[in-house]
Design a protein around this ligand. Structure first.
Ligand code: CU
Length: 219
């Protein structure tokens, strides 16, 4: 008898949980739209993301950016806070990966072919990555602190789903520029259309080395 009662109790709990989660899913909002850029290739480097009072994301599985033929491959990436990024050197020459981006500055030092060092970026925002030996090597990483982001598809559309109703900023980002931010207040179940027009990525030909000196000049 007691066992039956427990079973009924358990069944009720399962039912209630199922009904509540269906209800919550129906109430969540979606932001969708198009990202307009000058050439289709720029879509690959752009990201749309949401900031506000949202659950924090766990770090992603570890990522890799190779140093190969004096280039970072890939040279753009979006990661969640705390994701481990390895930088293996596959070239015959030494490289020295570094960043001066506020909150995410790091210096992996000089290392040779076959060696790899890694970082964990901890502050949401754009991180410009360079090599202290080769001025033209550069990569751009966007760090986000929740899972509400999307890269546009090849035809420029994006969709961010499962957003709890509330006030947020939706941002469109492309390397080298401040994100274009739009304030929104999402209603339960709303499907909001929001388009972004982003400039061409601005990748500096000249920038400072890790000692904040022009390249080719050493202390
Ligand atoms: Cu290098």
């Amino acid at each position: 008898m007691l066992r039956n009662k427990r079973l009924i109790h358990l069944t009720l709990i399962v039912w209630a949980t199922a009904i509540l989660s269906i209800d919550a899913a129906a109430q969540n909002a979606t932001v969708t739209g198009s990202v307009h850029v000058k050439t289709a290739a720029h879509l690959q480097t752009s990201v749309v993301y949401v900031t506000g009072n949202l659950p924090k994301a766990a770090p992603m599985p570890a990522k890799t950016i190779e140093q190969k033929n004096k280039k970072f491959i890939p040279n753009h990436m979006v990661v969640t806070n705390g994701t481990n990024i390895a930088f293996p050197n596959l070239d015959r020459v030494f490289h020295n990966v570094f960043s001066l981006s506020p909150g995410n500055a790091f210096d992996l030092g000089l290392y040779r072919k076959g060696e790899s060092r890694s970082i964990k970026l901890k502050k949401p925002g754009a991180v410009e990555i360079y090599c202290n030996v080769h001025e033209r090597m550069q990569a751009n990483i966007l760090v986000v602190d929740n899972n509400f982001f999307a890269k546009p598809t090849s035809n420029g559309t994006y969709e961010i789903t499962e957003l709890p109703p509330g006030k947020y900023k939706v941002a469109g980002w492309i390397p080298g520029h401040r994100a274009v931010e739009k304030s929104v207040e999402l209603q339960p179940g709303q499907r909001l259309k929001l388009d972004f027009t982003l400039p061409a990525p601005k990748l500096p030909k000249r920038h400072l080395n890790k000692d904040r000196l022009p390249y080719g000049r050493y202390k």
